[in-house]
Design a protein around this ligand. Sequence first.
Ligand SMILES: [Zn+2]
Length: 529
Amino acid sequence: MKKWFRIAGLVSVLILSGLLFAQQSTELPALKQEAVTEVDRLQTFTQQMVDQIFSYSELGFQEVETSRYVTGILEKNGFRVERGVAGIPTAWVATYGSGKPVIAFITDLDCIPRASQKPGVAYHDPMVEGAPGHGEGHNSGMAVNVTAALVLKKLLEGHKIAGTIKIFPGVAEEILGSKAFYVRAGLFKDVDIVLGAHVWHEFSTSYGTGDGKWSGLVSVQYFFHGKAAHAAGAPWDGRSALDGVSLMNAGWEFRREHLRLQQRSHYVIVNGGDQPNVVPSEAAVWYYFRELDYPHIKSLYGIGNTMADAAAKMSDTTVDRKLVGSAWPTHFNKVIAEWQQKNIEQVGMPNWSEADQTLAKALQKEIGAKVEGLKDKVTPLSEPMKDPIGGGSDDVGDISWNVPMVYLMYPANIPNLPGHSWANAVSMATPIAHKGSTAGAKVQAMTALDFLLQPELVKQAWDYFRNVETKEIHYESFLAPEDKPAIEMNKEKMERFRPQLKKYYYDPAKYKSYLEQLGISYPTVKAQP
Ligand SMILES: [Zn+2]
């Protein structure tokens, strides 16, 4: 008898939960449609945010205006904002709602040195000569995520859906400076799913090692200390810190031939001394050591340290080092990627205008790239590459090893550009970036709804995370306990350029678009010879 009761009870629970699930799944398409309509309704808001952040042009760790602007909007819309998280003044977390699941959005804020460029102009024409600019397109990410979050807030309220929305800024992504510290500070402890967004010229997502063109890295500065002396009068009394730097670099160039082909390493001399008649007592060099996985990155870093110590010995100087950034190679979640892909396909590519295509083709021609305009099809989801070859890095990698995460690539830029240059800024405050960000916001909102309304998907994503991704590889931070975020970076540069950039801050109260404020006719291309 008792047994029968139990079985009957179980059956009714199953039927009930089946019914609830069926009800939710039929609601889901309607809710997604509502999200699409609401994102479209916010097109002007999205465009203004893209343009506003473009005009701020702030380098990593100095995203002061950008953070003030975005958190102000979020607070006005009922999000709780905690500022200065993880020991980083420009970092913050914005939260709305309550209960499970907790869906977090993240996207970058910072720009690129010397990438200042007038938007909509298909040749190099800086806004402010030598100034930083959005030569990667990070100005569009917050427009994508904040638009999606505002729409979700409305839907959660209107339909009484449980769940929490969080928004994180990718501070100092260009120097891989923040995410390992976010993880160390425990900011993702209660998060179930992370939906990152990054500007690209394709509409795509990926899982695992993706297209294989990602590396992890450590970014380290080596400071050599010597002894000043008159470089002609008494050079034998001096010890040149620049000699230390030069010997380290020469050593690295010889060693490079005997490293794995998958490694990528590069350096810049950040301090080479003051003037030739003074033996440099201080000099510094900054290295990025990139490899495909944690053990290989560690080993490359070790070789760098040995090289620095040996160079100091040869030059009779001393050396110390500071880790300024780190990133695990990315590994994105298959379950979330498959659901996100369906949404990408449903939203489809933006409708590019004749003017958009003219700008894209003129820029491609100008820089000697293949002239093919903008993409007109979304990218299918593909199997991860079996033998990754490595390439760029993103410190969201650290998050992807702590929480199930995907990285939406939304189509707000022009194909075939060099990356990290003025050329990549050309489209970033034009209708190309505006439409691409609106499309991205739709997918972010729809994917969040998938996971808010179907709790079993959250479980599936965690199953993949636990049983596939982290089955054999366990996250270990590159950070030593004494490492701190390099928040002083870019301070001087930004102080130098901010007054000039300020004159060009976008004023949406006066101008419909940034192009209108700057008086740029769209598109501006060189006359055909
Ligand atoms: Zn980026």
